[in-house]
Design a protein around this ligand. Structure first.
Ligand SMILES: Nc1nc2c(c(=O)[nH]1)N[C@H]1C(S)=C(S)[C@@H](COP(=O)(O)O)O[C@H]1N2
Ligand SMILES: [Mo]
Length: 336
């Protein structure tokens, strides 16, 4: 297992809980909402509950609430990186189905029905099928993983996801000997997704992404159903999204309805949009600039115009030790 699980003392929650969460926790407690928090998050230790107190609990479906008690908290950490406040992570988003601006997803995604939800698994698998989300998730224990997220637009965040390894799901589907890639699709629902009705949309729908099978099977590759100790907000890709922390954010496809195992490298939305700008691999790489801007540095959110909180971008977004081996022998300036 390649994932290092540092002792909890490595990054105590008092250090990674941003001030705004502490402040809003006071307000939360002051508002007498403790009982609500306790009802939603039954079996967490007091430290864990306090860590995310003040984060809106959302409206978790029963399957999510039932799974929380068995969650492995802080299974993967990002030592030295402060968490991005929930407010920023849920109000500065890319989700073009809901519009092109960073505030559009938070403004528009709330009306998307995410229950019931089903996911089709097909292609090169022994067990194809269409699964209700709760049945798909039920066999998997949730883990909390604190990952850096680096967008190709040169901003970044640090987000505590809740989910399970994609590898576990793929193994259950029994890939055939021909399976070499995994293709993913987002929901098409123009009624609830205004970006899909727009004549000016950058992308064609459904939003599609893909991974090589060994990337998909890597233990860092996560299917997320929550973040900040709660169910995923719609704007962050409810009810099921991919998180691939060593790749640019656009690989981490949201609101997934289909997962197909394929023999050929899948079509992906951004590569189709501008192949010279967005490659299939899209590994975070400070040595390969985007044709229109440098990838050497990034803005860690939150920041401001006057204090943009710039930092160096790391190869594979800081996960080189775990994943560089996947690309041995490849020229990453060609396979960007
Ligand atoms: N379906 C879909 N998935 C998507 C996108 C999108 O527009 N549609 N945007 C991607 C991009 S560019 C990024 S940076 C991340 C942002 O995830 P976040 O809003 O949860 O931070 O989602 C990715 N997944
Ligand atoms: Mo992005």
């Amino acid at each position: 297992m390649l994932i290092q699980i540092p002792p909890r003392s490595h990054c105590p929650s008092s250090e990674i809980t941003p001030e705004s969460v502490y402040l809003s926790r006071r307000r939360f407690l002051g508002a007498g909402a403790v009982a609500l928090g306790a009802a939603v998050l039954p079996a967490r230790s007091r430290a864990e509950s306090q860590r995310y107190a003040g984060v809106e609990p959302g409206r978790p479906p029963a399957w999510f609430t039932e799974k929380l008690p068995d969650t492995r908290w802080q299974a993967v950490e990002a030592p030295g990186d402060a968490l991005t406040p929930f407010q920023d992570a849920s109000h500065y988003n890319n989700f073009y189905e809901f519009g092109p601006d960073k505030g559009d997803p938070a403004a528009n995604a709330g009306r998307l029905p995410t229950e019931p939800w089903s996911v089709r698994i097909d292609g090169e698998v022994g067990k194809p099928g269409r699964y209700a989300l709760e049945d798909l998730v039920r066999p998997h224990a949730l883990e909390e993983r604190i990952y850096r997220l680096r967008c190709v637009e040169a901003w970044s965040m640090v987000i505590p996801w809740l989910g399970f390894p994609l590898a576990e799901l793929l193994k259950r589907a029994e890939p055939t000997g021909n399976a070499r890639y995994v293709a993913f699709e987002t929901l098409v629902d123009p009624e609830h997704m205004p970006g899909q009705r727009s004549r000016f949309a950058l992308l064609d729908w459904p939003y599609r992404e893909g991974l090589r099978l060994d990337e998909a099977m890597h233990p860092l590759t996560l299917l997320a159903v929550g973040m900040y100790g709660r169910v995923l907000p719609n704007q962050n890709g409810a009810p099921l999204r991919l998180v691939v922390p060593w790749k640019y954010g656009f690989k981490s496809i949201k609101s997934i309805v289909r997962i197909s195992l394929t023999e050929r490298q899948p079509y992906t939305s951004w590569q189709n949009r501008a192949p010279e700008e967005y490659g299939f691999y899209a590994n975070v790489n400070p040595a390969v600039d985007h044709p229109r801007w440098s990838q050497k540095r990034e803005r860690r959110l939150p920041g401001s115009l006057f204090s943009p909180n710039l930092r160096d971008t790391l190869p594979f977004n800081g996960y080189a030790e775990e994943v560089a081996g996947l690309y041995a022998g490849m020229d990453l300036t060609k396979d960007y």
